[in-house]
Design a protein around this ligand. Structure first.
Ligand code: AMP
Ligand code: TRP
Length: 334
């Protein structure tokens, strides 16, 4: 039996991924690759929708790919590649742009948020069209399942709408994909500001754990995490956001249920919870960090590996692109 096709990707927009990316994306991807024919891309073309420094972007792309592999995404089981290595993404995006409404694209809440923060003059057409490029990423591979965070739900809805519209206008060409949304328990908050999501764009880095940080630095950040004065280890997102966040990180790294962890720390202060959590984080990220550094130390080998994976992606993508070109009535090159 063939495995269902799965697609996801992350932008190469930081030197290191953060704990939220790891818990909310890489860890679930690693598990999903066993039961799916999975494609994971480093979506570098998406990263260009906001200003990037050309001198460091290339390095971030390699680093992101290295962290995918180091976290357990297998470049043999899965197809792990860099988006810009497969030209069909931009080619299909163009076709999909022509069937996307201006108003429809303008209703994307992520676009509205980002553009209102930046102002109209600093907002590029690329940022406006980004959800259509994302739709092309997904549809090129006849994807059935798209694991993403809740913030991407609307983009997957748009992808479904575009696929249905294209199929009904031009004949069945694309599989209609479904989003697989990570639950609340997969959401990680900033250690210093536990009501905001942990994010690389936080104002201060004191509450962000980086996958590639020195273990001692990560441990210190956990020990300094904001809690409350109650001194009781309990899970309550509203009243105890700091402690609840530590518990959900603990749960996702240990694979144990939150009530079990709460029971274990009953009658103890936050100190021992933090200390053991710091050890868990160091134990989890230590080997990932080491493997990522090994991979980054040999960029030529990493590039070869990405190139082989891009060949596989390219082959799958070309079939769909050719079908879409045919369907809309473009002339095949003789
Ligand atoms: P981003 O770096 O924000 O583009 O996110 C890339 C991936 O990591 C997406 O699948 C997000 O849902 C996931 N992610 C990012 N931050 C967090 C977080 N704080 N908690 C859980 N998942 C996250
Ligand atoms: N837009 C997604 C994000 O910022 C990344 C992404 C691009 C993606 N193409 C995708 C995710 C295709 C899933 C499928 O997080």
């Amino acid at each position: 039996m063939t495995k269902p096709r799965l697609y996801s990707g992350m932008q190469p927009s930081a030197d290191s991924l953060q704990l939220g990316n790891y818990v909310g994306a890489l860890k679930p991807w690693k598990a999903l690759q066993e039961e799916h024919d999975a494609f994971f891309s480093v979506v570098d073309l998406h990263a260009l929708t906001v200003p990037q420094d050309p001198a460091t972007l290339r390095e971030k792309i390699r680093r992101t790919a290295a962290q995918y592999i180091a976290a357990g995404i297998s470049p043999e089981k899965s197809t792990l590649y860099v988006q810009s290595h497969v030209p069909a993404h931009t080619e299909l995006a163009w076709i999909l742009n022509t069937i996307t409404g201006f108003g429809e694209a303008g209703r994307m809440t992520q676009f509205k948020d980002k553009s209102s923060r930046q102002g109209a003059d600093a907002t590029s057409v690329g940022l406006f069209a980004y959800p259509v490029l994302m739709a092309a990423d997904i549809l090129l591979y006849q994807t059935e399942v798209v694991p993403v965070g809740d913030d991407q739900r609307q983009h997957v809805e748009l992808t479904r709408d575009l696929a249905e519209r294209f199929n009904s206008r031009f004949g069945k060409t694309f599989t209609i994909p479904k989003a697989l949304i990570g639950g609340d328990d997969a959401r990680i908050y900033d250690l210093q500001n536990p009501t905001s999501k942990m994010s690389k764009s936080a104002e201060s880095m004191a509450g962000v754990i980086w996958v590639l940080d020195e273990p001692a630095v990560s441990a210190k950040k956990i020990m300094r995490a904001v809690t409350d004065d109650e001194g009781v280890v309990a899970y309550d997102r509203e009243k105890k956001p700091g402690v609840s966040n530590l518990l959900s990180i603990y749960s996702s790294l240990s694979g144990r249920a939150i009530p079990e962890i709460v029971a274990e720390y009953e009658g103890q202060g936050y100190g021992s919870l933090k200390k053991n959590l710091a050890e868990l984080v160091v134990a989890e990220f230590g080997p990932v960090r080491e493997r990522a550094h090994e991979l980054m130390a040999d960029p030529a080998e990493l590039d070869r590996l990405l190139s082989r994976n891009a060949d596989r992606a390219n082959e799958a993508a070309q079939t769909t692109l050719a079908a879409a070109y045919d369907a809309v009535g473009l002339l095949r090159r003789g």
